[in-house]
Design a protein around this ligand. Structure first.
Ligand code: SF4
Length: 455
């Protein structure tokens, strides 16, 4: 019988390190949380492994924002159970938004899951894992809110040149389709002192880029005493010479105050990149989504950005097939995409989420209609993005090199300050470096170019 088939617990010497594998679904906030999980588990002797079959602990950090993301969770866990059966002693933990929402129900449905923890009690992960190891029993712990005195969390970052820094948690809006306020709670900003301590450490370690994160990062600081705004933070980070790029994700149009745009303009290292989700280009749909603005309000925001920073790249999120959306209202979204000429859009067909008002509205758009609208919207998005990307042809852009291109492993890929992906030929030793590339070709999703020697 091979080792892998034995049903006995795998012997482990006292000083043998354990390994943890983490799969992360969803947004950058979830990716940042996963880096904290690695940091926390390191403190009780876990090392990160990228090989699932090697893992003593498998963690799925879940996303509940769309139905298909949630379905993926269950299919992953089914596959992991097969691996667990071949590796006695291994444990499966589920965290993130699905865990926050489902709690105990997850274990009832999938009894082979050992640990369920929510989005508000990440800091308790070492204790929960230890308890599951010692008792061999299921451990479920979900807090309804972030505790007042949230401890600073250790972190093991997956990059040594670009870091995510969560600056605000939760969201105070109640968009009628969104589960985020339910699973992430109300907005809660970290203090500038705490954040700057973290960013200075990153600067000392040689990180070149920081991305300030929040479900609604543009609301940063309104809950602090005295209140702050995101621009204050951008300017503070901008004082650190070794941080060459500052980005922020993701914002709400209502909170993108002109002061924030002015701070981006004033701060040489703040990138000319704004991800400002509009979700729909039709006033009645926006009202039913409870987004709190009109199309015209959004247009004015775009004007505020483009009048101050003409070269800024602007990207957005769009939902099609929201309940009650008529063909004409959908076409208003298509027309707006053409008018604004976005640099990129994340598009999705509406999917009803639990605990959200619109999930139970009677006027759901049929699935085939939603996907037909999505197909048309994607065609238009791709055309306008191609148009936007062509403006880079012949110009020289600065890239932060991220590594080997996933599409062609003979090329490297990097991102411009405006978050455009650029592929070029070069040596992997350039990873993490800033280089100049002359753009020679453009498609809707990326650019291609040649390295230019820096003098
Ligand atoms: S602003 Fe709306 S869509 Fe965005 S996280 Fe908050 S509730 Fe969800």
């Amino acid at each position: 019988m091979s080792m892998i088939e034995t049903k006995l617990p795998r012997p482990r010497s006292a000083n043998e390190t354990k390994s943890v594998y983490i799969a992360t679904f969803g947004c950058q906030m979830n990716k940042a949380d996963s880096e904290n999980m690695l940091g926390l588990l390191h403190e009780i002797g876990y090392q990160h492994t990228e090989d699932l079959k090697d893992a003593d602990l498998m963690i799925l950090n879940t996303c509940a924002i769309r139905e298909n993301a949630e379905d993926k969770v269950y299919s992953y866990l089914g596959a992991w159970n097969k691996i667990k059966k071949k590796r006695p002693g291994a444990k499966i933990a589920v965290g993130g938004c699905v865990a926050q929402d489902e709690g105990e129900k997850l274990i009832k449905r999938l009894p082979y899951v050992d640990i369920v923890f929510g989005t508000h009690n990440l800091f308790r992960l070492p204790e929960l894992v230890t308890r599951a190891e010692q008792t061999g029993e299921h451990v479920v712990e979900v807090f309804q809110e972030l505790p007042e005195d949230l401890p600073e969390l250790p972190v093991i970052r997956q990059s040594d040149f670009s870091a995510w820094v969560s600056v605000i948690y939760g969201c105070d809006y109640n968009c009628t389709y969104c589960i985020v306020p339910y699973v992430r709670g109300r907005e809660r900003s970290r203090t500038p002192d705490e954040l700057m301590k973290e960013v200075k450490e990153l600067a000392d370690l040689g990180f070149k880029e920081v991305t300030l994160l929040g479900q609604n990062v543009t609301a940063y600081g309104h809950d602090l005493d005295p209140p702050k705004h995101l621009g204050d933070l951008i300017e503070l980070v901008g004082e650190l010479d070794s941080i060459k790029r500052i980005k922020f994700l993701t914002g709400h149009p209502r909170d993108l105050q002109p002061e924030i745009i002015d701070s981006v303009k004033r701060t040489p290292t703040a990138c000319e990149y704004f991800h400002i989700p509009i979700q729909a280009g039709d006033d009645r749909t926006l009202r039913r989504m409870a987004r709190g603005y009109t199309v015209d309000f959004y247009r004015k925001k775009i004007d505020q950005i483009r009048s101050r920073i003409p070269d800024a790249a602007i990207t957005s999120d769009l939902i099609v097939g929201f309940p009650g959306e008529t063909e004409d209202e959908f076409l208003n979204t298509v027309r707006l995409v053409e008018e604004i000429c976005f640099d990129g859009c994340n598009t999705a067909a509406y999917s009803p989420r639990p605990h959200t008002p619109s999930a139970s509205w009677p006027d759901q758009v049929p699935e085939d209609e939603k996907y037909e609208r999505l197909r048309l919207l994607n065609t238009v998005v791709s055309e306008v993005c191609h148009r936007r990307n062509k403006r880079y042809l012949g110009s020289t852009v600065e890239l932060l090199v991220e590594g080997v291109s996933q599409r062609n492993d003979e090329r490297l890929m990097g991102r411009t300050r405006t978050n455009k992906v650029v592929h070029f030929e070069g040596d992997l030793s350039l990873k993490g470096q800033l280089v100049d590339v002359q753009v020679e070709a453009a498609n809707p999703w990326a650019l291609r170019g040649s390295l230019v020697n820096r003098s």
